[in-house]
Write a protein that binds this ligand. Structure first.
Ligand code: BGC
Length: 920
């Protein structure tokens, strides 16, 4: 039987769209769509055509199964090159050819500094201390020849929007985003052909402060981290039909003025006076009296580079769900979802009337709770123009984290239909999904997704609402595996990793900044911090596991080795024993007092050395992978020494740890830190005991949270992990959901059970770190994981348990959609697996036995599910919190993967685990 087989248009490197990329030889990936069972690719053919249609490369039929990151088969591209790529494949039982794919276009940006003839132009003198109004910049020009195509290349010091002839260029928000401006400045490429016309034309830009000059940092932060003068670099290249090219660039011929945006800051919000609008300012014929010339700036030292990931965009709008009148009589709109973005309003009123919008994530005592915002005003004001017609407004250069907005000064009765929330984030492709029979667990998972999006506003941040919003390295270090499953974020994160490396390698000791881009002043920024610094290894590793791309490891290799050298040489004792009192350790352990989030029950030195061993293990593996044999051997030996030091310092001969805590055991079990098997078994039982004793409540902070469930499974206590996930009392993963959370909170108890906001400073309602357990839901509960980096080999190993009667995960792998799900139907456990074309799955069915290997297609298995006495009672939450006698395991019974929980038994799940923690 012949199955229709088609191929997706190829993608380039890790880009979603390939206009303005920086790679001269972008690797190609494609996916095959076919229903043919067991389909694998036998050969492919790639054809590359140039902008003029001439064939630049044709591989002919090339035997091979490669379809992911296939080397560019054509001549290297230079700046501005355009090419069209098509692919076809042969495969399946009959070696059936596919038709050619749809064409995919790729175009490079400006790859060489010499490509820029534009100058940075600034509207600023550099003398201002306070917040600056956004500047309008403009220039008129004429077009006297027919245009074949036109490109606008831009970057800036600040944030900007460009316009041509009164029309907004592109749909990016907060362009060019936040990179480590001292080192890297990203430019964007826009196709502006359709915006130009013969005769007079105008190009303009609105230039705001953003991260460049605006206030940044905690404790009030400070302005001018990067400089005092904002600037724009714009180069418009007009390609005429006769082959000639004309360039319109930023230079001293541009004019500047101020307009209606009187202040726009990331933390504090925007103040817009519509009476100051300059009608038609970016159109030809605008009266430029009162405008003055810009100044040219010397080029910054940073390298101007093409982006590796997508920009921030508006991705959806959310209507008002409910309008509330607070006890103090204020009008508050509830959007039903804690989100990141800003409001768009439509108002009619008299000139000069002001509407004020304040934003907050939660209500406290019925009023918007702004204390957690610390010193971020998060307030936008709009002064009406008063034309008599509805005026529509959305701030431009700010964003807020909010679910509630308070309106002051709304003219007339508040009109909820005239308000919507505009959601902003890096425009990533969704690739991961999870569902189960427990609606609360599902809502928790949805909250993880929302927190990911809210904190992926161009870079991975800690939180989106208060006076921080920085690239805290530790947060993404623990969240990267979850993020890589849920969204295609490799492009975005590899760019951020380049900044991390640039910042780190500029430091004499190779320490990784706590935040990237680094804006913290010493001493906070100065010294190495475990886990936060381990982001240098853990984030690339997570991306490598997702993509199988060794090049991203190669690029980060100097950064990884520098971090391990720094961390292992650290401390007066050497040997990697970190004794600094200033480690962040298991940050936000629920037992830590509100005003001291680092005061965890787990010794920070233990957390630090455990991570150092783990990162050194990974680095040794990476060295082998990259054929850096000497390094690999050196790091292997170092890891062995550090393991010894860990055991000497923290492990008793019986297998207890000096910190008798969930986090300590989770780290040591997942990172393989027990010299003896007997110690490991003992530690697994001790962990189970601690979990039971805690009444299945969580007792981990940033360090232990991603690992605790995995550790319980490794120790043969999967039912306890299920039980912890199902827990609803505080602290637990589901407690916030029971309190109405729609995002992941920074603290286990950001909102206290009485509805008041935690008094601690660190109280955001949108921090993804504690959501990192979603990785365990995907890989272990649903059982869908990459068996080897890149997903060509998939591991399906479902772990039914607890109160769940079904669970399911799906992932858009580089080969196509994979799924793993299970459901209990009476006495039968049905396991369903979808394997994408070109991949194979090793399927470990609950109940043991050798794994089954299956190729492309949907596969359904049925195994006995014996509802023993215990399981039959597992509806709701029958377990006695705090009882050491009741294992609370909701055991799977005979035939299940995990034996019924016996506190004394060392037993365990002997199936291989697709750990994100362990090497390989
Ligand atoms: C951030 C955290 C971060 C921590 C470390 C906080 O202010 O919000 O997420 O990792 O500081 O000190």
């Amino acid at each position: 039987m012949q199955y229709p087989t088609t191929v997706t248009a190829p993608t380039f490197e890790h880009h979603r769209h390939a206009l303005g990329i920086g790679e001269p030889a972008p690797r190609l990936s494609w996916r095959t769509l076919t229903d043919e069972p067991d389909w694998t690719q036998r050969a492919y053919r790639v054809r590359i055509a140039g902008a003029d249609g001439a064939i630049l490369a044709d591989t002919g039929r090339t035997p091979g199964a490669e379809s992911v990151l296939v080397p560019w088969p054509g001549p290297p591209l230079v700046s501005r090159d355009r090419a069209t790529v098509r692919v076809r494949v042969w495969g399946g039982a009959d070696d059936t050819p596919s038709p050619w794919s749809e064409p995919a276009n790729v175009e490079t940006g400006l790859l060489d500094p010499a490509d820029w003839s534009a100058s940075f132009v600034t509207p600023d003198t550099g003398d201002d201390e306070g917040a600056l109004p956004a500047a309008l910049l403009r220039r008129d020009f004429r077009i006297d020849a027919d245009i074949a195509s036109a490109r606008l290349y831009t970057t800036g010091l600040g944030v900007y929007e460009t316009e041509i002839n009164g029309v907004r260029v592109g749909d990016e928000v907060l362009e060019p985003g936040w990179s480590s401006y001292h080192h890297r400045l990203r430019h964007r490429t826009h196709d502006v052909t359709a915006l130009l016309r013969p005769g007079p034309n105008t190009i303009g830009a609105l230039l705001g402060e953003g991260w460049y000059t605006g206030r940044l940092g905690w404790d009030g932060g400070s302005r001018h981290h990067y400089g005092r003068r904002r600037a724009l670099l714009a180069q418009l290249e007009l390609h005429h039909t006769d082959g000639t090219v004309r360039t319109v660039v930023t230079d001293s011929a541009w004019h500047r003025a101020t307009g209606p945006v009187l202040r726009s800051e990331l933390y504090d919000g925007e103040h817009y006076d519509a009476c100051l609008e300059r009608e038609g300012w970016s159109r030809p014929g605008h009266d430029t009296r009162g405008w003055s010339r810009v100044s040219e700036l010397p080029p910054p030292t940073a390298r101007i580079t093409a982006p590796t990931g997508p920009p921030v965009r508006r991705t959806r709008t959310v209507p008002v769900r409910e309008v509330l009148t607070t006890p103090s009589g204020r009008t508050v709109a509830d959007f039903g979802q804690n989100l990141v973005g800003r409001l768009r309003i439509r108002v009619t009123g008299t000139a000069g009337h002001t509407v004020t919008l304040r934003h907050a994530e939660v209500l406290e005592h019925g009023e918007i709770a702004v204390r957690p915002l610390r010193r971020a005003a998060a307030t936008d004001t709009y002064v009406l123009r008063g034309t008599g017609k509805p005026e529509t407004w959305e701030p431009r250069f700010t964003f807020h984290g909010f679910r509630y907005a308070e309106f002051d000064g709304w003219p007339g009765p508040f009109d909820e239909a005239a308000v919507e929330a505009v959601v902003l984030h890096t425009d990533l492709e969704r690739t991961g999904w999870f569902d189960s029979s427990d609606a609360t667990v599902n809502r928790f998972h949805e909250n993880v997704v929302h927190s990911l999006l809210g904190n992926f506003v161009d870079l991975p941040t800690d939180c989106p609402q208060r006076d921080e919003r920085m690239g805290w390295t530790g947060d993404i270090a623990v969240f990267a595996p979850t993020a890589a499953f849920l969204y295609r974020c490799t492009g975005m994160l590899t760019g951020w990793l380049r900044d991390l490396a640039a910042e780190q390698l500029a430091r004499p000791d190779g320490s990784v900044p706590l935040v990237v881009p680094d804006i913290l002043d010493p001493p906070m920024g100065g010294q190495p911090h475990a886990l936060w610094g381990d982001a240098a290894v853990l984030v690339p590793w997570a991306l490598y596991r997702e993509t199988g791309d060794p090049e991203l490891l190669r690029t980060q290799y100097p950064s990884m080795t520098a971090w391990i050298a720094c961390a292992s040489g650290h401390g007066a004792e050497g040997g990697g024993l970190w004794r600094d009192p200033d480690q962040l350790g298991d940050w936000l352990d629920p037992g830590a007092p509100p005003d001291d989030p680092a005061a965890a029950r787990t010794d920070a030195g233990l957390v630090a050395l455990a991570h150092l061993v783990h990162s050194t293990d990974l680095l040794a593996d990476i060295g082998e992978l990259l054929d850096e044999k000497d390094d690999a051997a050196r790091h292997r030996a170092l890891a062995a020494r550090l393991r010894g030091a860990f055991a000497d310092e923290f492990v008793t001969p019986a297998g207890r740890l000096s910190s008798d805590s969930q986090t300590a055991y989770a780290l040591a079990l997942c990172f393989g830190l027990f010299p003896e098997e007997a110690q490991r078994r003992h530690a697994g039982e001790r962990l189970a005991h601690l979990v039971r004793r805690a009444g299945f409540r969580i007792a981990t902070g940033f360090a232990g949270t991603p690992l605790i469930c995995e550790a319980l499974c490794l120790a043969g206590h999967a039912p306890l992990a299920h039980r912890m996930i199902a827990e609803r009392h505080c602290p637990s993963w589901l407690y916030p959901v029971t309190m109405g959370a729609t995002t992941i909170w920074e603290r286990w108890d950001s909102m206290l059970p009485d509805g008041s906001v935690n008094p601690g400073q660190m109280t955001s309602f949108n921090h993804y770190a504690l959501g990192s357990v979603a990785d365990w839901l995907h890989r272990t509960v649903a059982g869908l994981a990459a068996a080897a980096p890149g997903w060509r080999r998939i591991m399906v190993a479902p772990t039914p348990g607890g109160t769940l009667t079904r669970a399911w995960a799906a992932h858009l792998t580089p080969y196509g959609r994979a799924e793993a799900g299970w459901r209990i139907e009476g006495a039968t456990l049905v396991v369903e697996v979808l394997v994408p074309p070109g991949a194979r799955a090793d399927i470990h069915l609950p109940g043991g036995g050798a794994p089954l290997t299956r190729g492309a297609g949907r596969h359904v298995f049925e195994v006995p599910h014996v509802a023993d006495g215990r399981r039959a009672t597992v509806t709701g939450h029958p377990f006695v919190a705090g009882s050491d006698e009741d294992c609370g395991c909701g055991s799977l019974g005979p035939g299940a993967a995990t034996p019924p929980c016996d506190p004394r038994a060392g037993g365990g799940d002997t199936r291989p685990r697709p750990g994100n923690a362990g090497p390989g």
